[in-house]
Design a protein around this ligand. Structure first.
Ligand SMILES: C[S@@+](CC[C@H](N)C(=O)[O-])C[C@H]1O[C@@H](n2cnc3c(N)ncnc32)[C@H](O)[C@@H]1O
Length: 372
């Protein structure tokens, strides 16, 4: 079994909706507190029928449940407009019956489409572009990957008012990801079109499914530098992965998504631990955060706001950065200085969204292993 840290051993579908639901439960109240969003639009564009034959809830019902709980515990929740779409008319007929039999919160509307996702992309990205004080969450849970393109994800993100969550069947993609160009046939075109978008200077070789996910994530970070991208792996059977890719232009939304991911990891017994002697994790993608932070801090004067941004961009939370910095401070290899050069307060690093907005240059860091 793989040792990677971001995976769940739950049943795959359950794991997917659990992650999606946890994200909504965390993010919706945050939007409601920003005092300026009037409407939230949730787009589930490969929705399925809402409930599985065994009674398990699919993404439509999970979303409605989370929205209902948010309304119950929060008087300031903005209006929520949900769009469900599925290409299959039987699926849509079942979804409509399910929704008709479900109590919706009073401030929530639902519209249901029976269209090909590809025919909806431009309509929905235009809708998002026209938003004023509104926010969108776009959830894409296709059966395969053929419909998914980075250009379309970018179109949803273009105005910076949205977050996009995409599930990809890594297992099925990886199977054909290392092909020599002469063996690539018409059937593989969608996969290679997708990979060409992510690796414009050439598709690398992949050693395993986690390595594939990791390289796709790094590729996405390179081609979408203005956005935050992260992944969450779900292991369906040993060595067989699906992954959620998460995109946003909003740093605080990204922090909340990362919190959701790390919370689920913790539930699975994979809490973050910084071990002085070596690496923190046994996973492939997260081994070197302290080293990356060290290189970053040594690359020029870095302030608290810079470290907040950098840590999140690398997929780590402020508390992870704090733990590493505290550890260096205890070893006397880190100096923390106020903006005027005087010594900063011990164990105070100001790595929060609030400080990032209000005082991003409150303190800076001097890392020097030979300091004392
Ligand atoms: C993995 S399922 C979605 C499961 C759902 N999110 C859940 O949690 O229950 C994918 C759905 O996408 C639909 N679908 C496949 N191709 C599509 C397309 N081109 N446009 C829209 N829906 C599509 C399928 O009919 C199927 O119901």
């Amino acid at each position: 079994m793989s040792n990677d840290t971001h995976k769940l051993m739950l049943d795959h579908s359950q794991a997917k909706v659990k992650l999606y639901g946890s994200y909504l439960a965390k993010y919706l109240p945050i939007i409601s507190q920003d005092r300026h969003t009037t409407n939230i639009h949730l787009y589930d564009l490969f929705s399925g029928e809402g409930i599985y034959e065994n009674g398990d809830k699919g993404s439509p019902l999970i979303a409605i449940d989370k929205i209902s709980s948010c309304y119950a515990s929060n008087n300031n929740m903005p209006k929520i407009n949900i769009t469900f779409n599925d290409i299959n008319s039987e699926v849509i007929a079942k979804l409509k019956t399910t929704i008709d039999n479900t109590q919706l919160p009073t401030n929530c509307t639902v519209r249901i489409f029976n269209k090909n996702y590809l025919d909806l992309v431009s309509e929905i990205s235009s809708e998002i572009t026209a938003f004023k004080n509104e926010k969108a969450i776009v959830f894409l849970d296709p059966k395969g990957y053929k419909e998914i393109s980075i250009a379309d994800i970018k179109a949803f993100l273009a105005v910076g008012k949205s977050e996009v969550l995409v599930f990809l069947p890594i297992r099925d993609m990886y199977r054909f990801a290392n092909m020599e160009s002469e063996n690539i046939s018409a059937g593989h075109e969608p996969l290679y079109k997708f990979m060409d978008e992510i690796f414009p200077t050439g598709i690398p070789k992949f050693e395993s499914q986690p390595d594939y996910i990791h390289k796709i994530k790094e590729g996405l970070k390179n081609i979408l530098p203005e956005y935050f991208v992260d992944t969450f792996m779900l292991e369906r059977e040993p060595g067989q992965f699906f992954a959620l890719f998460f995109f946003t232009g909003h740093i605080y939304g990204f922090e909340k998504m990362l919190e959701t991911k790390w919370d689920i990891d913790k539930e699975q017994g994979r809490a973050f631990r910084y071990e002085q002697s070596g690496t923190m994790f046994s996973g492939t993608e997260v081994l070197d955060f302290p080293k990356k932070l060290e290189d970053y801090i040594c690359s020029g004067r870095k302030y608290n706001g810079d470290v907040y941004y950098f840590s999140l961009h690398e997929g780590f939370l402020p508390r992870h950065a704090n733990e590493v910095l505290r550890n260096w401070q205890e070893q006397d290899i880190l100096n923390v200085l106020n903006a005027d050069g005087s010594a900063g307060r011990k164990k105070a690093f100001y790595i929060t969204y609030q400080e990032y907005k209000s005082e991003p240059r409150k303190i800076y860091f001097n890392y020097n292993p030979t300091l004392f």
